[in-house]
Design a protein around this ligand. Structure first.
Ligand code: GLC
Length: 505
């Protein structure tokens, strides 16, 4: 297996609770995922990133980790996880897991100990008075414990922030990294990677302080002791220069490209994000990544069908009207764009099925702490986490045998893997074809822009493949070419219609 597999990898994000339910309890699990590994292999992905699979009271969908060295019983066992890693490797699929260093869980041994014994509170941020910060999920970021002290939680009260000035916290995570690398894990996705260091006095901005980089330098040293492992940062920073600091040669290998995800479906903006991304990555020798969606943002089909197609955490636009037909068309074109760009590409489960955001989950079934913490003003992220439709005409659509933990729309009968496999023009087959061609001709490298006018993004890769995306309202002539390898929609003779992409050779 190549040491630098991650430079051009297609990485599929598995939200385990919603992927496939193997034991019939309505919640996705390792048994379900293992049974569907052939699906992922046939799809053509090189790696899987799994959201947290650790024991958790689920204050935040598992991002409240009670034990970093075990698997939640709802998903399976540690032994099953090891078997899963070996099976995936047998199919030439690498495994990236989520590590959550900014905070742990109130159910963790450390926090329980701190509650019992105030002399061991220094692994967290306990104070006699609450500070001014607000939680990212809404409401105050400080919660009081029975003896009167307060602890900091940038997210849910179930997620106490760890104190990264305490060397014991550093040692603990070094050990956690080794624990999983020793079990064959190929990479670590670092949750909320820019938030770990806190300013003196716990006031002012806590984002992207210099001290976080020391943490990742030490993580890199450990990672480099193993072959072919990768560190991926979840760093939400609009400023590409700040983002690039995480990619220095002794820090992380890659970061998620959220400026690309947040960018509206608009040619000048996209061109600018792509150029900036390439310009900041090239001098560092780090491969960019291309990300259209994940478990925290509205599904891309829905986003691209809205009047405002940009993404903003501060204004999630939950329930904003969306022209799903238009969004679907654009999402197909965007998939070919993302897959053609130099570097790695992420695919969030269900993206390959063109699933829309589910806007009408009944309020009493909503699980996201954002919904609770915002006093029911922000619907939150459940709508992009609905269990996948695999087969059949009605829920649970082959997800499992029981009622899924979030309800699936009836209209998903047309979007099942089974239905889309049979339909040559489906989103699923577009992804399969795209990933197959990508493996031969795309991935890591560089691009050369072609000028086809202000509405068109067009570039050629080293292999000679040209990607053309028309973001304007009118069809545009295709540049001279031999064959059309793949197109996101029907061509109009030799012209590329609006919101359509084509790969030419
Ligand atoms: C990251 C995760 C998100 C989680 C948050 C707190 O942003 O992607 O799902 O809620 O961190 O852990």
């Amino acid at each position: 297996m190549s040491e630098t597999w991650w430079r051009g990898a297609a990485i599929y994000q598995v939200y385990l609770r919603s992927f496939a339910d193997g034991n019939g309890d309505g919640v996705g699990d390792l048994a379900g995922l293992r049974a569907r590994l052939p699906y992922l292999s046939a799809l053509g992905v090189n790696a899987i990133w799994l959201n947290p699979w650790y024991p958790s009271p689920l204050a935040d969908g598992g991002y409240d980790v009670a034990d970093y060295r075990d698997i939640d019983p709802v998903f399976g066992t540690l032994a099953e996880a090891e078997e899963f890693i070996a099976e995936a490797h047998g199919l030439n699929i690498r495994i990236i897991i989520d590590v959550v260093p900014n905070h742990s869980s109130t159910a963790s041994a450390w926090f329980q100990e701190a509650l019992r014994d105030p002399s061991v509170r220094d692994r967290f941020w306990f104070r006699d008075e609450p500070g001014e910060w607000q939680s990212i999920f809404g409401g105050p970021a400080w919660t009081q414990v029975p003896d009167g002290q307060w602890y900091l939680h940038l997210f849910d009260p179930g997620q106490p922030d760890l104190n990264w000035t305490n060397p014991e916290v550093h040692r603990e995570f070094h050990d956690v990294l080794r624990f999983w690398y020793d079990r064959g894990v190929d990479g670590i996705r670092i949750d909320s990677a820019a938030l770990l260091a806190k300013p003196d006095g716990l006031t002012g901005s806590y984002e992207d302080l210099d001290e976080v980089h020391d943490v990742y330098r030490s993580w890199r040293r450990i990672t480099d002791e193993y072959d072919g492992r990768v560190l991926v940062g979840e760093v939400w920073l609009p400023d590409q220069e700040r983002l690039a600091r995480y990619l220095r040669s002794d820090e992380l290998h890659t970061v998620f490209n959220f400026p690309f995800l947040a960018c509206p479906w608009e040619p000048a903006g996209l061109r600018q994000v792509i150029e900036q991304t390439l310009a900041t990555h090239a001098p560092l020798g780090a491969p960019p990544t291309w990300v259209l969606s994940n478990h925290d943002v509205a599904r891309v089909v829905t986003r691209y069908g809205r009047a405002d197609t940009s993404w903003d955490h501060a204004d999630r636009r939950d329930g904003a009207p969306s022209d799903l037909e238009l969004g679907y068309r654009r999402a197909r074109a965007a998939a070919l764009l993302a897959m053609a760009l130099p570097g790695g590409v992420y695919i969030y489960q269900g993206e390959e099925l063109g699933l829309p955001e589910v806007d009408d989950i009944p309020d009493e079934l909503r699980q996201d702490p954002m919904w609770r913490r915002s006093n029911h003003t922000v619907k939150g992220r459940d709508g992009c986490r609905v269990p996948l439709p695999w087969s059949g005409d009605e829920p649970p659509f082959g997800f499992g045998t029981a009622t899924p933990w979030l309800p699936q729309p009836d209209a998903w009968n047309k979007l099942t893997v089974e239905a889309q496999t049979a339909d040559l023009g489906s989103m699923l087959n577009l992804y399969r074809d795209g990933l197959r061609i990508r493996a031969e001709r795309l991935g890591d490298g560089t691009l050369t822009w072609l000028d086809l006018g202000p509405d068109v993004l067009a570039f050629t890769r080293e292999s000679g493949l040209t990607c053309v995306v028309n973001l304007g309202a009118d069809p545009v002539p295709l540049p001279a070419h031999g064959t059309v390898l793949l197109a996101s929609g029907a061509l109009d003779g030799d012209r590329l219609p609006s919101d359509t992409a084509a790969w030419l050779a």
